[in-house]
Design a protein around this ligand. Structure first.
Ligand code: NI
Length: 183
C-alpha cells in the first residue's frame, strides 16, 4: 500500500520542521575500528563518548580538532579514562584501517578510529545530522567538506552537548566536565 503522494510530502515536511530530539542523534550506527572490532551505538552504551567526523588528508580542521581533543584529554587527567574519544572518517576510500591507525598515532592513543563502507559512513553521518561531501581539487584529487562539530554523548547514548574545536580550552573543558558529571 502506498501513501497518497501529497500526504507523504506533508509527512516529510512535518518531519523536517520538527526539531531533532536529543535522543534521535547518534541513535543508530555501526562502523569498524582500526583493529577490526565492530563498534556501534550499542557498544558505546555505559560510558560517555565524544565523536568527531573528519578525514586524514584534511589540511587543517581535523588535525587542529584532534590536537585540541588530545589536549583536553590530557587536561582532564584520570577523568579522561571515563570518556571514549571517537574519530569517524568521512573518506573511507583513502582512509584504510592501517592509514587511519597510523594517522591517529600522532594524537592521544585513546582516540578510536572508525571507518565504514560508503553506506555505513552515510548512515552514521545521517544519524548525527552531519554532512560531508567530496570536493574535486584543481589539478586532480579531492578534498572533503565536513561537519566539524565535536559531539558529546552521554552514557545512555543521548546527545548531551557539542563543542567547537575553536572554542577556548576552558569552554571545552567545562562542557566535558559537565558531560562526565552526568549519571
Ligand atoms: Ni577536516
Amino acid at each position: 500500500m502506498s501513501l497518497n503522494p501529497l500526504l507523504r510530502r506533508a509527512a516529510l515536511i512535518v518531519m523536517l520542521a520538527t526539531p531533532v530530539a536529543a535522543q534521535e542523534i547518534g541513535e543508530d550506527f555501526a562502523l569498524t575500528a582500526t583493529d577490526g572490532r565492530r563498534v556501534g551505538a550499542e557498544d558505546l552504551l555505559g560510558q560517555p563518548y565524544m565523536l568527531f567526523f573528519g578525514f586524514t588528508h584534511c589540511p587543517e580542521v581535523c588535525p587542529t580538532a584532534l590536537a585540541e581533543i588530545s589536549a583536553r584529554l590530557e587536561d582532564l587527567g584520570k577523568d579522561a579514562d571515563r570518556l571514549i574519544p571517537v574519530f569517524v572518517t568521512v573518506d573511507p576510500e583513502r582512509d584504510t584501517a592501517e592509514y587511519l591507525a597510523e594517522y591517529l598515532g600522532w594524537f592521544d592513543p585513546r582516540i578510536i578510529g572508525l571507518r565504514g563502507t560508503e553506506a555505513e559512513t552515510e548512515a552514521t553521518a545521517r544519524a548525527f545530522r552531519a554532512t560531508y561531501r567530496k570536493v574535486p581539487l584543481d589539478g586532480g584529487g579531492y578534498t572533503m567538506d565536513h561537519t566539524a562539530v565535536i559531539y558529546l554523548m552521554d552514557a545512555d547514548g543521548v546527545f548531551f552537548d557539542r563543542i567547537d574545536y575553536r572554542d577556548s580550552p576552558q569552554t571545552q573543558l567545562q562542557a566535558l566536565r559537565a558531560l562526565l558529571a552526568t549519571p
